[in-house]
Design a protein around this ligand. Structure first.
Ligand SMILES: [Zn+2]
Length: 453
């Protein structure tokens, strides 16, 4: 591949006019174009080349049946070449992993996981309740034999059992992550998913309820422990007010099932509606934490939580929102390249363009180091050396009639859409604090308190 400009996944700027040689799915050389060199197989001499993007947190099979085979092409078309599950129904994960590995379905490299483990009382029906040490070992054996990349300890697994899981999973080379900073940081877990997920401990919140502001001890613990934190900026749809490029894009219009597309339009609409001011503040608070952790030397990694957020486009929302609220474009891109690879234990192999790395490459139109939106303008993608154009990825779906909406409601109404708009009272705030709300797995922001409250 000949690149007019190459960003290697870590540096501050571009290398100009380079040839990238790939053999058997591996990059073997990255060198200046030689005079008289033969014509390249892929000519991107008037384009920018980046490493393929990594999404460390998603769940293909939560609502996955509604997507059928469309997720793989859609992730690739938006530049994601590595996709890591943090919890899926395990036999569906295996089916998808085999389909992707065999090439029967085009898509990213897929690092799978099974059902998260929880305490005796599970948060969601598909999770595995753990009652005893003996049962825990049966679950861990299942994780070993089915090859989980990561095991998610959800919210209620007792710490003593979590330590047992960590010891055994380390031997198997499987990561263990949770939603918590503490006690996870003491136990030695690999990462904290979300800037502040639901909490069942009654302590150890990483964010305040005042739209996600964070105290310095959280930043220090994350930066010094080596635990990664995933971005999962689920409320960043303020960005749709500035630009609807991801909504109008042919990749979105062609590969989204019709009901997902309708949900996306509704989400964009809500960006100007009641509650949007609070969501904006919430995103700002999240990014404030992430930026402080990153600049203190911590490991911030891009995670989408799709399809709870929108498949494909959410990775770009997780790059754009940080830039809007203080990251430089290079800092944001690193979260989905070198940082993410490091978090997955694949530093030097994924998320970088250098000899020895897997040949995961994007050809984009524009200058993403100046304009982060250009990272989404993917035209061609290599994953493990296999080449796809966006046109080829869309071709099987182009011209198909729109899918009928499913019989069941695809997406629950999220607060504040479910309640009458208007400033909430103190009683509303207390009520919110007592009752879980929001889409599965994620806590919605609290009502915006009036100054007089
Ligand atoms: Zn999740």
């Amino acid at each position: 591949m000949r690149a007019g400009a190459l960003w290697d996944g870590t540096g501050e700027g571009y290398r100009r006019d380079v040839d990238i040689t790939v053999e058997d799915g591996v990059i073997t050389s990255v060198a200046p174009v030689r005079r008289g060199a033969p014509a390249p197989t892929v000519d991107a001499s008037d384009r920018t080349v980046l490493p393929g993007l990594v999404d460390v947190h998603n769940h293909w099979h939560l609502r996955g049946r509604q997507w059928a085979g469309r997720q793989g092409p859609l992730w690739l078309a938006y530049g994601v070449t590595t996709s890591r599950s943090t919890g899926d129904p395990v036999y569906r994960m295996l089916e998808t992993r085999e389909a992707l590995r065999s090439g029967a379905v085009p898509g990213p490299r897929y690092l799978g996981s099974g059902e998260p483990l929880d305490g005796a009382r599970v948060r969601f029906g598909f999770m595995r309740p753990v009652h005893s040490r003996a049962q825990l070992h049966r679950e861990l054996r299942r994780a070993e034999e089915l090859g989980y990349h990561v095991l998610k300890s959800y919210q209620r697994l007792p710490v003593a059992l979590e330590r047992v899981a960590l010891r055994r999973m380390r031997r198997a080379g499987t990561q263990v992550v949770s939603h918590y900073l503490y006690p996870a940081v003491g136990t030695g877990l690999n990462g904290m998913e979300h800037t502040g997920g639901e909490n069942r401990l009654g302590y150890s919140r990483t964010l305040s309820y005042a739209a996600g502001r964070t105290a310095e001890d959280t930043v220090t613990l994350l930066a010094r422990s080596g635990m990664y934190v995933s971005t999962t900026l689920l409320f960043a749809y303020e960005l749709y007010l500035d630009s609807r490029d991801l909504i109008e894009d042919p990749r979105t219009r062609t590969l989204f099932p019709s009901w997902e597309y309708a949900a996306l339009l509704a989400r964009a609409e809500a960006a100007a509606g009641p509650g949007s001011e609070l969501d904006r503040a919430w995103t700002e608070g999240d990014v404030d934490l992430l930026l402080r952790v990153q600049r203190a030397g911590g490991l911030v990694v891009a995670g989408t939580d799709a399809p709870l957020d929108f498949v494909g486009i959410s990775v770009h929302q997780n790059l754009r929102a940080p830039v809007r609220h203080g990251f430089t474009p290079v800092e944001a891109l690193r979260t989905a390249t070198a940082n993410a690879a490091e978090a997955l234990g694949a530093a030097g192999t994924l998320g970088v363009v250098r000899p020895g790395a897997r040949a995961d490459l994007l050809v984009v139109d524009g200058d993403p180091l100046r304009d982060i939106a250009a990272a989404a303008r993917v035209e061609q993608v290599l994953v493990d050396g296999y080449h796809h154009t966006v046109r080829e990825l869309l071709a099987p779906y182009a011209g198909l009639p729109q899918e009928p909406a499913p019989a069941t409601a695809p997406r629950p109404a999220r607060w504040p859409d479910a309640v009458a708009p208007g400033p909430p009272s103190r009683a509303d705030m207390i009520d919110w604090c007592r009752q879980p709300r929001g889409p599965p797995g994620h806590f919605a922001p609290p009502p915006h308190p009036r100054p007089t409250d």
